[in-house]
Ligand binder design. Structure first.
Ligand SMILES: NC(=O)c1ccc[n+]([C@@H]2O[C@H](COP(=O)([O-])OP(=O)(O)OC[C@H]3O[C@@H](n4cnc5c(N)ncnc54)[C@H](O)[C@@H]3O)[C@@H](O)[C@H]2O)c1
Length: 371
């Protein structure tokens, strides 16, 4: 089996997620990073190319040059990974799809809902593989939780609590990662809701298998002078009538990456924390509590397929990310079984941001979440 050749846009020196994409993509030796337009500064793109140990001639000054020159090679790229800040996702996806190159794009899909709707049209018209890296749905035990809910382990879902506290933007937003995230011209309409709220939202829909149909949002901008939200409370109503709450915050001092989901049904409850990802807690209504552990022989097919190490040998963020890449590789090879989120989930995330920002500003109470 030949390796799929990846070209990356973004991921320049000092970036957060570009190196993560590189590691995750290459973990299973199904994919190899061979080219990139790693920065809008050509010199920095070359520096990044060196750090990724790719052929210097394939560290391009911009995406357009990469697409043109790679198309002329017999060993040109098979797909593009978009790892730039949100405002650049749509132009990058548009350029790649226009020349017939599939895309894996980081979240949120775009900077605005209108852009996401345009992106959905482009993906539909191109008919090419497309995936979005909502990383947390790649964890084995998030997939196990989803399978257990679907199999009725907790009965009918009644309540969902999903929280995602961080504290790194509690003060001044300084540094490469922080600066664009609080700038509406680069981050888009949402701050914390776009950066991490969409992860929580996607995880809630992914694990429950239920769609949110209404929300009531209270988004705050707590740090003085900031232009985007940094602390979010959202009440959720799901399609089956279940109630939920989504809390996302970047001013919660001391919290690092505290994504946690609890789902309560009529016969049980599930509890999973991203910072302790190798344990899934299953409560039974009679009082018994079961610990489901990564690597257990009793895991379902999807969780087992998403696991690489035996029980007691912890897996984490990079492996979860690699599972999204493995799913995407399946799509590229035309194989079934991908659980990778796609453009539909991307548009839903952008709709959440758009509705939550507007509903909160207008203080309009409950608002419908269109299908
Ligand atoms: N899936 C996840 O868990 C996760 C985690 C972090 C970030 N993200 C997403 O990844 C994206 C990037 O976030 P980050 O934290 O890595 O940002 P970052 O600021 O650390 O890195 C962005 C990189 O893109 C480069 N870049 C900007 N414009 C460019 C252009 N026109 N052409 C080429 N390169 C360009 C910058 O030089 C930089 O190297 C965002 O959309 C963010 O929401 C996702």
């Amino acid at each position: 089996m030949t390796r799929l050749r990846m070209g990356m846009v973004g991921g320049g020196p000092g970036s957060f997620i570009g190196p993560v994409h590189r590691i995750a993509a290459e973990l299973d030796r199904e994919i190899e990073l061979v080219a990139g337009a790693f920065s809008s500064d050509p010199a920095r793109s070359r520096v990044a190319g060196d750090s990724y140990r790719i052929d210097g001639a394939r560290a391009y000054p911009d995406l357009e040059t990469m697409l043109r020159e790679e198309a002329a090679r017999s060993d040109g790229i098979d797909f593009v990974a978009v790892t730039t800040p949100n405002f650049h996702h749509l132009p990058a996806v548009r350029a790649a799809l226009a020349v017939g190159i599939p895309v894996i794009c980081d979240k949120p899909a775009t900077a605005t809902l209108a852009e996401a709707e345009e992106m959905a049209g482009l993906v539909r018209d191109a008919g090419l593989p497309f995936a979005l890296t909502y990383t947390y749905s790649g964890y084995p035990l998030a997939r196990e939780a989803r399978a257990r809910v679907a199999a009725g382990a907790i009965g009918a879902v009644r309540k969902v609590v999903v929280e995602y506290p961080q504290g790194w933007l509690a003060g001044e937003a300084s540094g490469k990662q922080a600066e664009w995230r609080v700038d509406p011209s680069r981050a888009g309409a949402g701050g914390c809701i776009a950066d991490i709220g969409v992860h929580a939202f996607h995880l809630a829909e992914f694990v429950t298998g239920l769609r949110v149909t209404r929300i009531m949002a209270d988004l705050g901008t707590v740090v003085p002078g900031r232009l985007l939200d940094d602390d979010c409370q959202i009440l959720l109503r799901f399609e089956n009538g279940a109630r939920g709450a989504l809390l996302a915050s970047q001013i919660s001092v001391g919290e690092r990456n505290g994504l946690r989901i609890r789902i309560y049904g009529d016969v049980g409850g599930l509890d999973w924390k991203q910072e302790c990802p190798n344990v899934l807690v299953l409560h039974h209504i009679g009082g018994r509590t079961e610990l489901i552990q990564a690597g257990d022989a009793a895991l379902g097919t999807e969780a087992a397929l998403a696991s690489r190490t035996p029980g007691g040998h912890p897996e984490g963020y990079l492996e979860a990310f690699a599972n999204i890449y493995r799913d995407f590789a399946r799509q590229l090879r035309g194989e079934p079984g991908s659980l990778a989120p796609g453009i539909e989930e991307g548009v839903r995330g952008m709709r959440l941001i758009d509705l939550a920002v507007r509903a909160s500003a207008e203080n309009c109470g409950w608002i419908d979440f269109p299908k």
